[in-house]
Design a binder for this molecule. Sequence first.
Ligand code: HEC
Length: 129
Amino acid sequence: MNCRDKVTGKNYLLWLAAASLLLLFCLPAPGRAGDVKQGEKIAKTRKLGNCVACHYLPDVESPGDIGPNLVEAMAAYGPDDRREVTQWIVDPRKFNEHTIMPPFGANRILTDQQIDDVVSYLYTLNKKK
Ligand code: HEC
């Protein structure tokens, strides 16, 4: 093995490291898992989702009770129901045309990503039971 071969070997390792890093950064995006922490913030912040104006969520001072308790409601949803939960937030008029719940997606109150984050947060409520 001469000097040049060693350098090439090193470059190969460097390339591999760079490629792995790139993969790490790129993979989560198409997975769209949703950011639980962000979702909780959106759900509980008045200027964002403000779900707690109408729904009970844990660790919130005087949450509303116009809508169903979301901890109890989420107990009815399994992993296969993620689309249905998402639909509730995107546009609940699909389930009840007279609902007072705002269509967060249809009215662009929240972005797709923000709704995904909220849904991921809602699914963590299941596990607390
Ligand atoms: C203005 C009040 C209001 C706000 C704000 C609101 N909701 Fe609702 N939501 C309701 C009501 C009322 C219902 C009961 C369904 C109906 O309207 O018939 C409901 C139903 C739901 C359901 C279905 C529950 C079930 O029993 O299956 C989910 C999930 C939900 N809301 C999530 C959210 C999330 C997440 C937010 C915040 C991004 C939010 N809601 C904001 C009023 C509200």
